[in-house]
Design a protein around this ligand. Structure first.
Ligand SMILES: [Zn+2]
Length: 303
């Protein structure tokens, strides 16, 4: 996919909309990212790009080494998230528990999987050499090697890419390579922010997913559209968000006019904010009733 293209990289629609959004992960408060959106298929992508691949790798290596407390990189929080994600894998009815985690970060998910009976291999360019040797679990290997360096016939029942696809300079070759590593009957599992969510409409330019390192903004249908050529036998959208603080469900219902009137009656000084929230929620419920409730979604496809 070419982000510089003047047409939508997914559906080739040619009336692209450009907007400036607040870069939620930037140190400066007023830093923005340029986002292009396609009104035909509701796909979005960053252009021009804020970071080169080398800058992204350096950023993540530093972030995982420093693990700021309570941030995305906090080890305790990551283990909680990993265990919620493992719960989903266990629902997929897999007998032979072999796992390849691509873009494994510091290896937290692969480590939790290995503790729970999986034979796990984690790959990430940000894995420091000393971490590769530190692994004490028998069924766990972490390495900075890339996918191409694995034995060509090595396949896995689960290939996971948690919060990876949005960072890839070109998702197509990487996802194809990942799909090649899925054994027949196995699953490819992808998690990313949901562009077609009520939360995105409610937050507007201040949505958390507008980030310097996020190059693509998928939603369940656009990701399925993108994976169409993979010829999968089955797809499954997780019915929840794998974050300990989130109780979000996929289906989304807008508030009634009565509920909105009641909110206005209680706090009349907020009328314009309440009306704008009401509009965003009604739009999300009308356009994407079955998945607008998920701020982050996980999609699995089966070979
Ligand atoms: Zn499009």
């Amino acid at each position: 996919m070419n982000p510089a293209s003047s047409t939508c990289p997914l559906c080739q629609h040619d009336a692209i909309i450009e907007m400036e959004c607040i870069a939620c992960d930037a140190d400066q408060a007023d830093k923005t990212v340029s986002v292009r959106t396609c009104p035909a298929c509701d796909f979005a992508w960053q252009w021009p790009l804020e970071r080169t691949v080398e800058q992204s790798n350096a950023f993540f290596q530093h972030a995982y080494e420093n693990k700021r407390e309570a941030s995305y990189f906090d080890t305790h929080l990551r283990s909680q998230i990993s265990n919620l994600q493992l719960g989903f894998l266990n629902e997929l009815d897999i007998e032979e528990k072999t796992l390849l985690d691509i873009g494994c970060g510091d290896g937290n998910f692969a480590t939790e999987a290995a503790k729970n009976g999986w034979t796990a291999l984690g790959l990430d360019p940000a894995i420091p050499p000393e971490k590769e040797q530190q692994t004490t679990l028998a069924h766990l290997k972490l390495t900075s090697a890339s996918l191409e360096h694995l034995p060509p016939d090595e396949k896995f029942m689960c290939v996971t890419m948690w919060d990876v696809v949005e960072h890839l300079p070109d998702p197509e070759p990487m996802l194809k390579n990942a799909w090649d590593r899925v054994a027949v009957g196995g699953w490819l599992i992808l998690e990313t922010g949901n562009y077609q969510s009520a939360e995105r409409l409610l937050c507007g330019r201040g949505w958390w997913a507008w980030q310097l390192d996020h190059r693509w903004y998928f939603a369940p249908p656009t990701l399925l559209q993108f994976l169409k050529s993979f010829d999968y036998s089955e797809s499954r959208l997780a019915d929840r968000v794998f974050r300990p603080w989130s109780a979000k469900k996929p289906t989304f219902r807008a508030p009634s006019f009565f509920q909105t009137s009641l909110s206005i009656a209680k706090r009349p000084w907020r009328i314009s904010a309440i009306l704008s929230e009401h509009g965003a929620k009604r739009q999300a419920a009308a356009k994407w009733p079955k998945w607008a409730g998920l701020p982050i979604f996980t999609l699995a496809i089966r070979k």
